[in-house]
Design a protein around this ligand. Sequence first.
Ligand code: ATP
Length: 364
Amino acid sequence: MATLRVDSLRKEFDNGRIVAVNDLSLDVADGEFVTVVGPSGCGKSTTLRMLAGLEQPTDGKIFIDGEDITDVHARSRDVAMVFQNYALYPHKTVRQNMAFGLRMSTDLSSDQREEKVRETAAMMDIEELLDDKPNALSGGQKQRVALGRAIVREPDVFLFDEPLSNLDAKLRTTMRTEIQRLQDELGTTSIYVTHDQEEAMTMGDRIAILDNGILQQVGSPKHVYQNPVNEFVGTFVGSPAMNMLDVSVSTGDSVCLTNGDRFAYSLDGPVAQAVADAEVDSARLGIRPEDVAVSREPAESDIRAVVEVVEPIGSDNYLYLDLGESFIARVAADIEPTRGDTVGVQFDESDIHLFDTYGFSILS
Ligand code: ATP
């Protein structure tokens, strides 16, 4: 068990032409599970590789339990990494793969090693595979072995690098639950990298969102979802993505958001004060699809929109509406307008997100 602290970490490649990770600071509590998410090339793997000791930082420091391990060799760090491609030794059996890490990192007798491997194999439900070679295993089984190999070492910190990306959707969901169960059982401090925001949101105690090597926001999934600090986070987290519309802001007698001649939305709650304080005359209005209500008979005060596509997903329908820009509403399955219908659109002031022209939230 251990705390992990990352202090102003930076990694450059190509003599500084590429800044893969830029001034990243993060504190991870003992036993915490933090997911790191962001688009391809944002610096997730490089961050993890620096934590593992596989890449030397250009600047900054890494501490485990307060001890500076920035210059400690990978083999001497008490961390275990689980890779996307499993990274099993093809000529060793499952038992040998699992025992190998133990041999490298502890001074147990061979009987003790064997016992630990057996215990971990039981925990991972792979006992019957112990004498097989990786080639004989399915993707899911290989990933279980890779997890087992990490767990058997009882490291201070687990590092997961997109461990489920090579599995099919169903198996991915099963393994997600499995990893969460193991986390509950073992309570090991973990950093889990993924490009899948849903995976990051469902698995993390906290989620850290990276873009372009820069940490954008870190917080509980719920907090980040409800209070994105910028437009990037707002649209990256949540599916389908948050709707974004350009609006003009007027702050005379009342505060009003206007979208051309499509709508004028008067604000009178706490959002109005924040907008007035921000002193902007234009902004980006964000509304999540699940926060949009649609009525088939538009009321006087409703925003009117024409339905372009109705996409049923079983429990709900996604309505693609024409509001100048693409705008999606997630509504109950019994709201089934037809293409070309004009519907009424409503959303609560409390569900509004507003970003300035630089993309920063006006409301947080
Ligand atoms: P992905 O999700 O595609 O794996 P990522 O978020 O993990 O992406 P990184 O692999 O960390 O991103 O890469 C971050 C940036 O650093 C990218 O621009 C990448 O091209 C660059 N990079 C990574 N490793 C090297 C290297 N060894 N040499 C040069 N550039 C590199």
